[in-house]
Design a protein. Structure first.
Lengths: 378, 378
């Protein structure tokens, strides 16, 4: 008998705290009334602080992919070139979207390896209107070098589009300091809200670059016009705005700096446990990249299949993620994003030890949780 | 002191019953696990019954406009012609979206007047890949002739795209009998769920017509591929799926036929009250159109402004809608969509009488609610 709900430790959607679930279930309001415009304005103000930006910020009623497409679809037209940096599934998604709008110049690296700045610069030399990169590549557990690639983009006068879907809210992403033209994130990752909303920040330079046939639902000019009245151009997913607002209140209460430190500590504890269990991290790092502080990707050890591991974890009430696309069966991934607790983390690591032990992948339990707890000190 | 929540009688979002709010606040689940795929499959099965269709049905995480764009964006490419029938704001939106994808041939009528079938046929004679029409034009309170325009579309071998956002769930829309190629609806209208999801049904013929550069987030081929596994191609707004599922259960319990009769009766009661109060319906009907059975649009009477009326209603705890675009100040609109009760309707009519009476637009209160109650018989 398990008295607890299943704990979802996948890299989004993340567990949603009861406080947020409760806020979400408020009665419906008019999306064209003052109650909504006050709510939306407050949400935008809180998001601007988290993103450390003076750029326009909007909330789209659509998941992260909707915002990824909004970023490209607004500024890239048939004749425009776009450099897409790819070292994982979401980098690849930018490439696929890019192909629908303009001339895509992919700069590709093996998934799980770091990106090479020289290759990016070499692609930019040919001229491009924009560069896309995924900041935190969820599919591989790598944090890509935002600062360095942004500098390259500026050097060649290209717009810098950064997917921060699994970094913002857990990792510091100072949009204006970095000089990101279009940054996007999602509600259901480090911000800790349910899925269904995405957030986009847009620089003046990016606004001036809007051209061609922009998707109607994602037209950033319409969002800009409506946000002046505290509205969205089309009916917003009001309940999810209630939830996002509550999740931003929680972030304010925790303090963004504390939240970043907590994400660092949790990921460090997770990596230490992985190491203590004799498992191997999946990413191959170079000087330009780091392990993600929001999701940990681990090589699947010998002696256990993806299904055995996930089913075993599930029997302990924990949901973890496998590898995506060609990484299926080769890695597993555990998220430490959002409003999870040290207890959630220890529960996850303990379950992992037990499952590995039950399958005779490791000799005995205990060392992983012990090592993590030394770092967590909860 | 008002113990009740504000009652939103605008044509969407509609009030969401506590049962649905509660279902929505369930803990988060993995969108790639069996729990979600079971949920999604059940939702699609229930929707297929309501739409009376064997066509593919998908749920998009995005509002109605997202589905409107999905309909056009998939099948219309630069060189394609699309006839857009316009007699209100949402017909106009189809025209605006059409312009971003192909050669748009608008067939326009004054907002609030009926569409002329001859004009539609005359436009179709020039050849078109598709025709768009809004079934229930929320901006004006008119139900447009789906059957007749669908027959014209077939006669000229054009796909028929029907916006049923404010009809499905309240008015009978037998998709296969009518022969609608692409039908769309939204969660927050007659279905009674919160906003943020839209639903699209797609015929085989429409699938075969997909061509050109389709928006990535709205690519119906991706939805089709994923739905075979009970999934959506991109992260779904899970909480809203919980809510939609509960709203579909409520519809099943009420019975779709009963629900349609209730919508008919409520709209009839509302129109009778409007008439009894000496007010004038906004739509100018011809033989090819009907008053909407989900939203009632009324000419703004002399002696009261839009602001006075809406503020007055608000002081009674009722939110109603004004006119959109150039109809602002000229009409007001009251919705009778979704899971509202006869009591909600009487409360609204009584408040309307009081506000009109307070502003000396009518002499005395009573006749509207009395007349409506004779029809409602609650």
């Amino acid at each position: 008998m398990n008295f607890e709900d299943d704990l979802i430790m996948i890299p989004g959607p993340v567990p949603v705290t009861p406080r947020i679930l409760k806020a979400m279930s408020k009665p419906m309001i008019n999306h064209r009334g003052t109650e909504f415009s006050n709510l939306y304005s407050e949400i935008l103000e809180k998001l601007s602080k988290i993103l450390k930006t003076k750029n326009d910020v909007f909330v789209l009623s659509g998941s992260g992919t909707c915002a990824m497409e909004a970023a490209i679809g607004n500024v890239i037209d048939d004749c425009d070139s776009i450099v897409t940096v790819v070292n994982g599934k979401f980098g690849d998604r930018f490439k696929l979207i890019g192909k629908r709008y303009g001339k895509t110049i992919p700069v590709e690296f093996d998934w799980g390896t770091s990106i090479g700045l020289e290759e990016v610069e070499s692609a930019l030399k040919g001229g491009a209107k924009a560069v896309t990169m995924v900041h935190n590549e969820t599919s591989t557990g790598i944090l890509n070098p935002a600062k360095e690639v942004c500098e390259l983009a500026k050097k060649y006068d290209a717009l810098f589009i950064l997917d921060c879907i699994t970094s913002i809210g857990g990792i510091d992403v100072p949009i204006d300091d970095l000089g990101v033209d279009i940054a996007i994130t999602g509600s259901q990752k480090c911000l800790g809200a349910p899925p269904g909303l995405s957030i986009i920040s847009v620089s003046e330079k990016a606004f001036e670059a809007i051209s061609g046939k922009v998707p109607f639902y994602m037209d950033l000019r319409a969002y800009k016009k409506s946000s002046k009245k505290g509205q969205t151009p089309y009916t917003p997913a009001i309940s999810l705005f209630f939830a996002l607002d509550e999740s931003l209140r929680i972030i304010e209460e925790e303090g963004m700096d504390n939240r970043i430190l907590r994400h660092e500590k949790f990921a460090k504890a997770m990596r230490a446990a992985i190491n203590a269990l004799g498992l191997e991290m999946f990413p191959k790092l170079n000087t330009a990249s780091r392990y993600s502080d929001t999701v940990t990707a681990v090589n699947m050890p010998d002696g256990i299949t993806d299904k055995q591991l996930k089913d075993g974890m599930r029997s302990h009430g924990i949901i973890i993620a496998g590898g995506q696309a060609h990484l299926g069966g080769k890695i597993f991934r555990i998220s430490t994003m959002g409003n999870i607790t040290g207890g959630d983390l220890l529960r996850t690591i303990s379950a992992l030890e037990n499952v590995l032990s039950e399958n005779k992948v490791i000799d005995k339990s205990g060392s992983g949780a012990e090592t993590a707890n030394e770092i967590l000190n909860i």
